[in-house]
Ligand binder design. Structure first.
Ligand code: HEC
Length: 117
């Protein structure tokens, strides 16, 4: 069977789109982590346990706790956007898309065990 020029082009386009999708997914994974590192680690700690000097002082939430993980993505999004108690608002620092990414990362952190103290 000889592939027509047209079907070969389609195949190339399909592969390109699929590859791009994978790359985009990969990039968004790192961006949630990067945002967290830049903006959140100082209080919440790299492992999300809130076990940092500033985090302890302000009583930052522990992402491994049920209290945090039981909240919906929309609720977490709102808390990061608007702030809550000692947690600052990030509405003017992060776009909605960035907040979505960092909330995904908070979920991911919550699922991995906290670092040993
Ligand atoms: C200045 C310190 C500080 C920084 C920076 C900070 N947080 Fe917080 N965060 C807190 C404190 C304090 C709380 C507990 C708030 C409360 O008692 O309601 C909290 C709570 C939370 C909660 C849980 C809220 C709940 O009701 O359980 C989430 C989720 C969260 N922060 C995400 C983030 C993310 C994402 C970032 C970075 C974009 C971030 N925080 C940056 C201090 C901080």
């Amino acid at each position: 069977m000889k592939l027509s020029q047209k079907s070969v082009s389609w195949l190339v386009i399909l592969l390109f789109v699929a590859g791009y999708g994978l790359l985009a997914q990969e990039a968004s994974k790192t961006s949630g982590a990067a945002i967290f590192k830049n903006k959140c680690v100082i209080c919440h700690g790299a492992d999300g346990s809130g076990n940092t000097p500033l985090g302890k002082q302000l009583q930052a939430a522990n992402f491994h706790s049920k209290d945090v993980q039981k909240l919906s993505n929309a609720e977490l999004h709102k808390i990061v956007h608007d702030g809550q108690a000692n947690m600052p608002a990030f509405a003017d620092q992060l776009s909605d898309e960035e907040i979505t990414q960092v909330v995904k990362y908070v979920r991911q952190l919550g699922k991995t065990p906290a670092a040993k103290k």
